[in-house]
Ligand binder design. Structure first.
Ligand SMILES: NC(=O)c1ccc[n+]([C@@H]2O[C@H](COP(=O)([O-])OP(=O)(O)OC[C@H]3O[C@@H](n4cnc5c(N)ncnc54)[C@H](OP(=O)(O)O)[C@@H]3O)[C@@H](O)[C@H]2O)c1
Length: 245
């Protein structure tokens, strides 16, 4: 699909992958709205970009999401692209650290919040020609990493939901994309060797190419190689993934 002259919401667009996508989309003549919890971060991001505005909202808080959707309906009624990018990850080992509290935080941010925001924006997206929903999962949606155990599970859940959503919306004008980054050098990956990851801009560039080609599963860099390995032999691919990190 064509991805210019659109109005795009990017959750977590103040940093990392979301920021790189905001920058690239704004340079392609899109109007972009970014959200996040930290106003300072959003202000700094907007100051570096053209045609980008922000709204402070915690995607895990129902009240914030209601206010965000009201704001969008009033100020940006043309919104036609939703990019669910905000995410949170805890690096730990299941045999060393209790998982439950980490899992609650991750499942709320990475999975349940995506479903709530999507529910609330679907009615207006359905009215638009050329609408899209993009869910940012991960290479770890394909198979889990032992040191990001409950995070990997949230991304697998989001992958599953995304597949079902695409199927359900097949007879509407909304296209549903899934973006699977590999290890990317951002704040989120700082504790897991993120400095060895690819730059966020590479994800943004491959994302644009994927959307323009109507490639609904955009597996970036190593995620594409890992997908092939997983299809050939899931057990071996899992072992290889968990021995290399
Ligand atoms: N980095 C990687 O290696 C990697 C690999 C695969 C997939 N991903 C995925 O890519 C996406 C972007 O992550 P990133 O690597 O770019 O990390 P990042 O730079 O830490 O960005 C995450 C963004 O999400 C926002 N955020 C977090 N919790 C939020 C909440 N409750 N409500 C609203 N915004 C929230 C953060 O802003 P505030 O703190 O201001 O709220 C931040 O701007 C995530 O979904 C992540 O899982 C990353």
């Amino acid at each position: 699909m064509n991805i210019s002259n659109k109005t795009v919401l990017i959750t977590g667009g103040g940093s990392g992958i979301g920021f790189a996508i905001a920058k690239t989309l704004s340079e392609k003549n899109n109007k972009v709205i970014i959200t996040g919890r930290s106003e300072g971060r959003l202000k700094d991001a907007v100051a570096k970009l053209n045609n980008v505005s922000y709204f402070v909202a915690d995607v895990t808080k129902e009240d914030d999401v209601t206010k965000l959707v009201d704001y969008l309906n009033k100020q940006h009624p043309a919104l036609d692209v939703l990019i669910n990018n905000a995410g949170q990850a805890f690096a730990y080992e299941l045999n060393e650290t209790p998982a439950y509290e980490n899992a609650i935080a991750e499942i709320q941010t990475n999975y349940l919040s995506v479903i709530r925001l999507t529910d609330k924006l679907l009615p207006s997206l359905k009215e638009k020609a050329g609408a899209a929903i993009v869910n940012v999962t991960s290479v770890l949606a394909i198979a889990p990493s032992h040191d990001l155990p409950t995070y990997s599970a949230t991304k697998a859940a989001l992958h599953s939901y995304t597949q079902a959503l695409r199927y359900s919306l097949a007879n509407t004008r909304i296209k549903v994309f899934e973006l699977y980054p590999p290890l990317v050098n951002t704040e989120l990956s700082a504790g897991i060797g993120g400095e060895n990851g690819i730059p966020p801009q590479q994800v943004a560039d491959e994302f644009i190419q994927g959307v323009e080609a109507d490639n609904f599963n955009i597996r970036v860099g190593f995620a594409a190689q890992f997908w092939d390995a997983h299809l050939k032999n899931p057990d071996e691919a899992f072992k290889a993934l968990n021995s290399r990190r």
